[in-house]
Ligand binder design. Structure first.
Ligand code: DND
Ligand code: ATP
Ligand code: GLN
Length: 638
């Protein structure tokens, strides 16, 4: 049986970073060569970055990608290289994998099925390539070809291709005869999805009775989307090698040998790219982290994906730190804990010297001696009290800041609130009262918190982190230009009910049962409250709105499962009917749809958030809704 030593590499690329992307590819090539690999499969669009958006339209982007391909040819003399790039053919743009070998571009294989659901918009830029069609560009084979290394043949599926069930190219490739398939991928993280990718690799191998080599992107590539960085080599129903997910490294490579079937060396759809050089291959198959089999896998994935997302965002935006307006409540405390987790995981995996190198653009980085120093300099938190703030939240914020080790400040903002209140009272010539002006008096406090915390962000050249979560975004429970202020919104993709579960886990158990944030003890005792009304009114979110689990269910049924308002009411009765009266359920559902429809304009204005769940409310990447509408409230039984 012929044998081939294959490698798959995950890369933390950045759109339009020609030199950086090239260097990371070279790094992966070096590891693959040292392991004696015959072939290295790299992620989809790894030359340009997958998230180039409308820059894909620019001929300049394609030209730069071609320049990188030319530079890579020298590295392909005895290693087959698969690299992704955009290519125009007959005035249409295609998402393509270039196959390089023996110093030559041997073939271009275009993607047949575009990713166009959820956060993916590939059809905006690319045209799908029809199965079975083959042509040439500058005499280079372009189309649905198999590649041949002597009697070993292989085919290519590009990411979405593999998600197409009976239509996936593997079926046709299997009939034509391939020893293995390579899949350069850019498949975004969401909870539990890596298991689906693993399964696709295993099934792909079974369909062709051969091997499957799968390589995904890694990290926060372009701002919103986080990639797990999972690569798999599969055969005979098993994963033979796989990467560790959510790595803070630039690249990771796995390698192993595949014993495969051989096929005839000549056919119309086969491009012979040369002979295979036999090598003594070394297996690279890192031990999989124990957390991957944790019963709290969702908590592990949530922490690790957001931590990597925050870390990459920091360094790719050349920021000097994170600033958080820390109320001592769930949302801001979760974000502070996640930033500290990011620093901890980076130091743990990369080591101190590599972390300093990674942040070398920060002028003060060399004054830090260790992780503790780094957290103190990178992270600034500020509690901004009013007469409506409780001692509990003040203490909760202080305790968390101390346990994490942030630079923490406390200020009183009542003077500013009263200043604005007096000015407007004078202007409209009447006093503002809680009876008549409830929302105005709440919102001014939230808005007055914004300028100071933005000042800290500017002084420190740091990112201001907005604390909105998905549940708040559903119902617009936030003050625009107040607590929505910030440049990124790390937890905007997750619901409040889950966030509270995660906070308890992070306090008591923590990552891998080892990295926990003990300072969350007070946070976890508090009931979520905006603390914007006078303290004696005992304002709590769930009374202003509805219980968070109900809010979350309504959001999912209506905007993920696309149930009608009437069907949502039925589901509500079934799931929560035993605990709430019909009147209460009616109240919740009317409130939900009224607030949902009224607040689309706010969802259009939130800072970019990270995608972590199977859906989000971000209109730029997932869920669109009219800004003005009659609202679905009217479609409920009256
Ligand atoms: N379709 C539309 N397009 C554009 N603008 C629209 C609009 N509909 C209303 N508006 C405008 O929206 C403005 C009202 O929005 P905005 O000023 O943000 O305020 P609003 O949404 O009315 O009130 C804020 C809510 O968030 C809660 N909150 C605030 C801050 C923090 C927290 C917390 O949990 O800690 C909670 C607060 O209790 C209150 O229920 C009005 O000026 C109105 O004209
Ligand atoms: N006293 C405060 N000091 C500093 N920031 C505050 C204060 N009160 C509110 N904020 C800011 O406004 C944001 C919105 O408040 P919100 O109540 O929604 O979140 P939270 O307080 O973090 O969590 P929870 O809602 O669970 O209490 C906070 O996350 C925080 O950034
Ligand atoms: N880049 C792609 O083709 C990604 C599509 C795939 N369905 C995913 O969501 O992971």
């Amino acid at each position: 049986m012929p044998k081939i030593h294959v490698a798959a590499g995950v890369l933390n690329q950045t759109p339009l970073d020609w030199e950086g992307n090239f260097q990371r590819i070279i790094g992966a090539i070096q590891v693959a060569k040292d392991a004696g690999a015959n072939l290295l499969c790299l992620p989809e669009m790894c030359l340009t970055g997958y998230g180039c958006e409308d820059q894909f339209f620019s001929p300049f982007t394609q030209q730069k990608a071609q320049e990188s391909v030319q530079k890579l040819l020298d590295y392909s003399t005895d290693l087959v290289l698969l690299v992704g790039l955009p290519i125009t053919y007959e005035s249409r743009l295609y998402n393509v994998v270039a196959v390089l070998y023996q110093g030559k571009i041997q073939a271009y294989i275009p993607k047949q099925h575009l990713a166009n659901e959820g956060i993916h918009y590939e059809a905006r830029w690319f045209t799908p390539w029809p199965a079975g069609v083959r042509t040439r560009i500058d005499n280079i084979p372009f189309g649905d070809y198999r590649l041949g290394l002597g009697e070993i043949t292989f085919g290519i599926e590009i990411c979405q291709d593999a998600w197409e069930g009976e239509k996936r190219p593997a079926h046709a490739l299997g009939k034509r005869g391939v020893s293995f398939i390579c899949n350069p991928t850019a498949s975004h993280f969401s909870f539990g999805k890596s298991k689906v990718r693993q399964q696709l690799a295993i099934e792909g191998a079974e369909i062709i009775q051969g091997g499957y080599v799968f390589a995904n992107l890694l990290g926060n590539e372009s701002g919103r989307t986080i990639f797990d960085g999972d690569a798999y080599i599969a055969q005979n129903g098993h994963i033979l090698a796989q990467t560790k997910r959510f790595s803070f490294q630039d690249a990771q490579v796995i390698a192993c040998s595949l014993d495969v079937l051989g096929y005839p060396t000549e056919a119309d759809d086969l491009v012979s790219i040369g002979e295979l050089k036999s090598k003594n291959g070394i297996i690279i198959n890192p031990e999989i982290d124990a957390w991957e089999s944790s019963s709290h896998i969702k908590e592990e994935e949530f922490s690790r994906s957001i931590a990597l997302g925050l870390w990459d965002y920091l360094r790719k935006s050349y920021s000097y730190g994170y600033v958080i307006s820390l109320s001592g409540g769930a949302d801001s405390s979760a974000i502070a804990s996640l930033c500290a987790t990011a620093v901890h995981l980076a130091v743990e995996e990369l080591g101190w010297e590599a972390v300093k190198k990674c942040l070398a653009y920060i002028p003060w980085i060399n004054s830090c001696a260790n992780e503790k120093d780094l957290v103190a300099q990178l992270m600034t938190t500020i509690y901004q009290g009013t007469v409506n703030s409780s001692a509990d939240t003040r203490e909760s914020a202080a305790a968390l800041a101390a346990s994490i080790g942030t630079e923490h400040h406390e200020i009183e903002i009542d003077g500013l609130v009263q200043g604005y209140r007096g000015l407007i009272e004078q202007t409209i010539q009447r006093p503002l009262t809680w009876e008549q002006d409830d929302i105005t008096l709440q919102n001014v406090q939230a808005r007055v918190r914004a300028p100071g915390v933005w000042m800290l962000a500017n002084i420190k050249n740091a990112l201001l982190l907005a604390t909105s979560n998905r549940s708040e975004a559903s119902v617009g429970y936030a003050t625009m230009d107040g607590d929505t202020s910030g440049s990124i919104s790390p937890i905007a993709g997750i619901d409040k009910a889950y966030l509270r579960t995660w906070l308890r886990w992070m306090e008591k158990e923590g990552l891998g049962g080892q990295w926990r944030v003990a300072g969350l003890a007070n946070v976890n005792q508090l009931e979520p409250s905006a603390e914007l009304r006078p303290l004696d009114s005992k304002q709590v979110d769930e009374e202003d709105l509805m219980p968070y689990p109900i809010l979350n269910s309504l959001e999912r049924w209506s905007f993920y499962e696309h149930q009608s308002p009437v069907a949502c009411l039925e589901s509500l009765k079934q799931v929560y009917g035993a605990h709430y009266s019909r009147e209460q359920l009616d109240g919740f559902i009317h409130r939900f749809f009224r607030l949902w429809a009224r607040n689309q304009w706010k969802r259009e204005r939130y800072a970019p958030g990270f995608h972590v769940d199977d859906y989000s409310l971000d209109p730029k990447s997932w869920l669109r809704f009219p800004i003005l509408s009659a609202g679905l409230e009217k479609d409920l039984p009256q």
